[in-house]
Design a protein around this ligand. Structure first.
Ligand SMILES: Nc1ncnc2c1ncn2[C@@H]1O[C@H](COP(=O)(O)OP(=O)(O)O)[C@@H](O)[C@H]1O
Ligand SMILES: [Mg+2]
Length: 363
């Protein structure tokens, strides 16, 4: 999958800018604060309906304006696809091949994208919610039903939480049991999906990390479901825990059992990465995960997703940089941002200079 053209109107620091990309590696170079990340953000927004950085579309509008427009021409499975995303009067409008699209979820996943952002480092050092978000987002790209599962599960959580907080004590237990049944059913499916995805991604990222660290370090990733590494054990325990913890849940007015509290555990050479990994190692872990995801999507979909790498080269040693650039050579298209000091020796299809919201092609 690849992007052929991008046209931005009043998006971030772009007033009116057109870019034509090539297949292969496209480098966006420029000093800090010129608009390199904004380009990747626009593409990501167009493909997923979400910004990587903010929740409010308002922040994406060029200051002082009241709307933004993003147009992109893509190629996937030898077909051209034009996408538009408009935000005006606080409303989103998405068009596919010029036809308004009712539900964005019908479209998401048609063109896959893998985005490495420096913000992703929080996945290693941050709380479990970040890691669950990674898992769910990426499972969704391959299996859109996972979104519905999550939505249904969250609704049940919401209802159960309201019940736990309510002051009506009579019939509370039997009502909680009703919600627990659904929580068990939906939660078990979520656990299976996440566990299955982790198995695949863990194996691939282990191989990639091993290469990336010249065979020096071993990365292991485990999904911890209800505190268990063994998924069958977790699923067996699930109904028992729901029963056991009910009293405590009522006392504390909190839901204590379910996959909304699960985690992913990263280890380097058997030691917790969250506690011990250096900045460069964290970056390498996230990078290995993203490259593994790229391979998984390729295997499932038969085409490489679009790869967006933001500021990936800084803090990688020369060996790791070379490995990365080698790795992405066969990929159909990658967009990489960097400051000019990091210019790689690899063959580059297109080089762009980004300067105060203007983009010039250098080769
Ligand atoms: N809504 C906006 N309107 C106008 N300019 C913006 C807006 N949001 C961010 N910017 C500007 O965009 C620039 C940051 O762009 P970014 O792509 O993050 O830079 P970099 O090239 O370092 O990746 C900053 O100069 C910032 O002031
Ligand atoms: Mg940037």
């Amino acid at each position: 999958m690849e992007i052929a053209k991008l046209y931005l109107q009043n998006f971030r620091n772009y007033k009116n800018e057109k870019i034509q990309f090539s297949s292969g590696i496209n480098v966006l170079q420029g000093q800090n604060g010129q608009g390199k990340t904004n380009i990747l953000e626009a593409i990501y927004y167009l493909l997923t309906g979400k910004s990587y950085r903010v929740r409010k579309e308002q922040e994406l509008i060029f200051w002082g304006e009241n709307a933004f427009h993003i147009f992109g021409d893509f190629l996937a499975y030898e077909r051209r696809l034009s996408l538009e995303s408009h935000y005006l009067d606080k409303r989103k409008i998405v068009k596919i091949n010029h036809v308004p699209c009712k539900k964005l979820s019908d479209f998401v996943g048609t063109i896959n994208v893998v985005f490495f952002s420096p913000d992703d480092l929080i996945m290693v050092k941050g709380g479990p919610a970040e890691r669950r978000r990674f898992l769910d987002l990426h499972i969704t790209q391959l299996n859109s039903r996972h979104v519905h599962l999550l939505n249904d599960y969250n609704k049940v959580l919401h209802q159960k939480a309201a019940l736990l907080k309510s002051s009506i004590q009579t019939s509370k237990v039997s009502n909680i049991e009703i919600w627990n049944e659904q929580l068990l059913d939906l939660g078990s499916k979520i656990i299976r999906n996440r566990w299955r995805f982790t198995q695949i991604i863990a194996k691939k990222s282990k191989e990639i990390y091993y290469q990336l660290s010249s065979g020096e370090e071993e990365l292991s990733i485990n999904y911890l479901a209800l505190g268990h590494q063994d998924v069958e054990e977790a699923l067996h325990e699930f109904p028992i825990l729901l029963e056991e913890k009910m009293k405590q849940e009522i006392e504390r007015q909190m839901i204590l059992v379910g996959p909304h509290r699960d985690d992913l555990n990263f280890q380097l050479n058997g030691k917790s990465a969250r506690i011990y990994a250096s900045q460069g190692q964290q970056r390498s872990i996230v990078l290995s995960l993203k490259l593994a995801e790229l391979e998984v999507i390729y295997q499932e979909k038969g085409e490489y997703p679009l790869l967006l790498l933001d500021d990936v080269l800084s803090e990688l040693d020369i060996f790791r940089r070379e490995y990365l650039l080698e790795f992405i050579q066969p990929i159909r298209q990658a967009l990489i941002t960097m400051t000019s000091a990091e210019k790689p020796s690899t063959e580059i299809a297109s080089l762009f200079q980004v300067d105060k919201g203007h983009i010039g092609r250098i080769n």
